[in-house]
Design a protein around this ligand. Structure first.
Ligand code: ADP
Ligand code: MG
Length: 607
């Protein structure tokens, strides 16, 4: 048999490597920004056109490259950052694999201009699909400018795979934020299609956070700091009340590198257990410093995944530090308002035997007994409209909630037993009420979400959504990228009853909103809608209108009153049952369950 093995030409090997390192414009930008930082730049400009499709350019004032390095940097495994294998255990630079520029040059048209401080002239290199087209001296500033044009021009399949501009831009923006956060002592600008999106000067970490996420962000954070042998950490964690339903501003850095680490993220999130509702997520910006020989950053080509030798210890320290920040600061706030509150933690005197606290209760109390005459009980007619709606019975049962059992086969003239109790609210979270065939427990927030969602969807379907003019138009401000995203969503928001006009400088005025909204809730609601849209659109960008409606409904539900009066609960129950799908929340969660008389009996008879 003849020999069949070839060594691949460099251009092909580079294209293959590019598949791992450069999968979209944002990843090329990450490599270029990191190279600029490794070159010691104190000021970095990022210039992007058409979300990176046409142009991605990074200009830095770093050390620059010599004439021959300017050419060599595009070769595979060309790096100035490590020399031997041992160096891998003391890495302080962002790059070290020497494959980014080779990969980028394999799949784009690249123009490099670079000059070192001591050189009189700079060097210009043009390279396309790994082919050097030009190399000549040029006049240019000290530092390096790399312009990457027409990414994937030679791989149409990959180019077609790129998502629409707003999605690619939000990936770029995310990369930019990570790099800018990790390097607050470096100045950055970011232009997209000639518009200045960010202009960041060298600053403190917290001011950098504010510059990226909005000035009011500072008030939402507590500082966190801990100095230990295996890890030194500092940064900020979000106050519990600002936790969001989407994992938004969660940033973890190790030795100046943004990382994704499920374990360490869980360490922070677990510190919030009991403080925030399920499926909400706190913001955090935490920097870890760890001895480079105790971590391995070389487990993934983009180096966002890192392994720690002391993972368990670091986990415990991080969780404890977060708890301390939350506990310490929230307690401090409480005490400020209530200076007389002092808790005596001193040890009990010797010989003292503590006695069990006395709890007084009424053993005959029955919340369902109907004896609370001050509360208005619902009449059978209040519920008639949904009991009569027998068509929906089968459909409801198919969800497995058992709610179909509530609905009698034959319309019953008295579905509500006489002496029916008012609904109570348990923990300000569940509504417990009795219906014809048993006790039903309703998740209040999910019920509200369903009601708002259906109202909003109805509004959307009508040609003229009934927006309510606000008495005082409200201004809302965003960072540049969010304001661009919000502009994109204005048509959908208008269909739901919001009238929002851009005022320029990333500020909008809201002149009308759905009837249920309060003025002071508009800014946080819109922020959250944009955040959720950003995180959803990666997966479900085709259903934009529905996803906007879903997050507006979710936000309205989260912000509507928690402690309801009995008559409000009754309205809510009636509204819920007039919905098309009263048993499942628009995000697919169960809203209620029924405990039938039979089940109740069985449970009580179990020994
Ligand atoms: P790595 O960063 O892993 O070393 P790259 O392919 O990103 O590999 O870059 C190759 C080399 O080119 C770097 O090691 C560095 O010496 C040089 N280089 C790249 N970008 C710059 C820059 N902006 N300024 C100075 N030198 C640079
Ligand atoms: Mg690099």
């Amino acid at each position: 048999m003849t020999d069949i093995i070839n060594i691949l030409p460099d251009s092909v090997a580079n294209q293959i490597a590019a598949g791992e390192v450069v999968d979209r414009p944002a990843s090329a930008i990450k490599e270029l920004l990191e190279n600029a930082l490794d070159a010691g730049a104190t000021s970095i400009q990022l210039i992007v056109k058409d979300a990176g499709r046409t142009l991605m350019q990074v200009v830095d004032n770093g050390c620059g490259m010599s004439e021959s390095d300017a050419r060599r940097c595009f070769e595979r495994h060309a790096t100035s950052k490590i020399h031997r294998a041992d160096d891998l255990f003391a890495i302080r630079t962002m790059g070290f694999r020497g494959e980014a520029l080779a990969s980028i040059a394999a799949v784009a048209q690249v123009e490099l201009k670079t000059r070192t401080t001591d050189a009189e002239w700079g060097t210009r290199v043009v390279i396309e699909g790994s082919d050097v087209k030009e190399q000549a001296p040029c006049s240019c500033a000290t530092g390096t400018s790399i312009a990457v044009k027409n990414l994937f021009y030679n791989i149409p399949a990959r180019r077609n795979f790129l998502k629409r501009d707003s999605i690619e831009l939000s990936h770029i923006e995310e990369i930019f934020k990570r790099v800018a956060l990790a390097n607050c002592q470096t100045a950055f600008t970011f232009h997209h299609n000639g518009r200045l999106l960010y202009d960041l000067r060298a600053d403190s970490f917290v001011r950098r956070i504010a510059a990226l996420f909005g000035l009011n962000f500072k008030e939402r954070l507590y500082p966190i700091e801990e100095q230990t042998e295996p890890v030194r950490l500092k940064g900020y964690v979000g106050k519990a009340e600002y936790a969001k339903r989407a994992r938004g501003e969660q940033y973890l850095f190790v030795n100046g590198r943004y990382i994704r680490h499920l374990g360490l993220s869980a360490a922070i999130e677990r510190a919030y257990a009991e403080l925030i509702p399920d499926h909400t997520y706190p913001a955090y910006f935490v920097m870890l410093e760890v001895d480079p020989s105790r971590i391995d950053v070389n487990i993934h080509p983009t180096k966002t995944e890192v392994r720690f030798i002391d993972e368990q210890v670091i986990f415990a320290i991080l969780r404890a530090a977060t708890k301390k920040a939350l506990g310490q600061f929230s307690l401090a706030n409480e005490l400020e308002f209530n200076p007389s509150t002092e808790i005596d933690f001193s040890p009990a005197p010797q010989g003292y035997t503590p006695s069990a606290p006395q709890v007084h209760y009424n053993p005959h109390y029955n919340p369902f007994s109907g004896s609370h005459s001050s509360r208005q009980s619902p009449s059978a007619n209040d519920y008639r409209h949904f009991f009569d709606n027998t068509d929906a019975t089968d459909e409801k049962d198919s969800t497995g909630t058992g709610i179909g059992n509530l609905l009698p086969d034959e319309p019953d003239p008295s579905p509500m037993p006489s002496g029916q109790a008012s609904p109570i609210c348990y923990l300000n979270r569940y509504i417990v009420t009795t219906l014809k065939s048993g006790i039903v427990v309703i998740d209040q927030q999910r019920a509200q979400e369903r009601i708002f969602y259906e109202r909003l969807m109805q509004r959307r379907a009508s040609a003229h959504p009934d927006a309510q003019q606000l008495l005082f138009p409200t201004n809302c401000s965003f960072n540049s990228a969010d304001s661009e995203m919000l502009t994109e969503l204005l048509p959908e928001l208008r269909q739901l009853g919001f009238v929002i006009e851009p005022l320029g400088h990333n500020t909008f005025v809201v002149t009308a909103a759905p009837t249920e909204m309060k003025d002071n809730e508009l800014q946080p609601l819109l922020e959250q809608v944009v955040a959720e849209y950003k995180s959803n659109m990666m997966q479900r960008f085709n259903e934009r209108d529905k996803s906007v409606c879903l997050s507006v409904a979710g936000q309205m539900a989260a912000r509507s009153g928690k402690a309801l009066k009995p008559e409000e609960m009754q309205h809510l129950i009636a509204d819920l049952f007039s919905c098309q799908a009263p048993d499942i929340s628009p995000s697919g969660k169960r809203i209620m369950f029924l405990l039938s008389e039979q089940e109740l009996k069985e449970k009580l008879n179990k020994s």
